[in-house]
Design a protein around this ligand. Sequence first.
Ligand SMILES: [Zn+2]
Length: 356
Amino acid sequence: MEYSDQPPEFDFTHGPTEAERRAPSVFRNAVSDALKRPTKGGRKVLAMFEAQNPNGLVARWQRENGDLPETGAIREATDFLKKYGGRNCVRSWPTVTDLNDAIGVLEAALGDEPTEVKDVHWSDDELKACLIAYLEMLGKEMSGIDYSKSETNQILRDGPLKDRSKSSVEYRMQNLSAFFQEQGLPTIDGYKPAGNVGPSVLERLIRLHVEIGQVDPSDFAPSVDERTTRERSSRLRKAVREHVPAGNANPSRTERFGSSYVRDPAVVAWVLEQANGKCELCDADAPFLTPIGEPFLEVHHVTYLGKNGPDTTSNAAALCPNCHRKCHNSEDPELVRLELVQRIPRLTDHGSVAGA
Ligand SMILES: [Zn+2]
């Protein structure tokens, strides 16, 4: 039997019917209570019991089948589960796999539909993806630019958070509000701070925030000024390296200021990271380094914003100044656009640039 010294970061519940399952909030409160008094084994038991109701499962088996067998899988499973409802569970938490195995044996015997306790331990990568998405939304909110929480949630679950439910991502965002509040930073309006975040998650968030360069949310704010966008994007490079920013699908509708468009610095940063100093059209090295030693390339919207192209990574390419000029001023800009769409796999065809 494997044990871990760390309690799982649970968000799981178990019970044969919806009504018998414990609400995640009951569990979280029990866990946070248990964590405040880690030496009191009884608290851990309470948390485990509240969450899993393992004895309920054992009791049901006994109601339906009589005495427990002396040996065998059922006996092992019930022994295991009873441990977590009893006074013996004082030193360690069971692993989720062991818990699922034991629960699975009883469920199969009772003819229940199998439920699975999910190992909700969030990986650093998952937390980081949430943290960056939070900063991105916050930056936009602070500068009064439209963004969609549910779209961001979906993008996260299409990518780095593919194993998470919509509501668990939402709850993480609320945890992040609590984290930001504690750091003395602004928070997103719609995410009420939820402070039931385990101390280990808090420590990790602090470390991850440093790891991505302690990015200020305002660096995620789109700007109409090219220089500002570039400065912000250069501070975002570390943060967006592994996480595709959402960008803005409708910049022409929502973000037009005079004759210019605001641009998302996270998109610029991500595209420059991908290009890694080489023009994505002609493969030439960037012609020079910027004052902070970054290769100079320009980020071009393949279908122009003025032609309703989105400000997203699927419509942006890093180009040397020559190629950038070629996209706008050559004899046939549409031909150049098609060449780009063909050359760069991440690009989507967002429509022609032909005509005035
Ligand atoms: Zn080039």
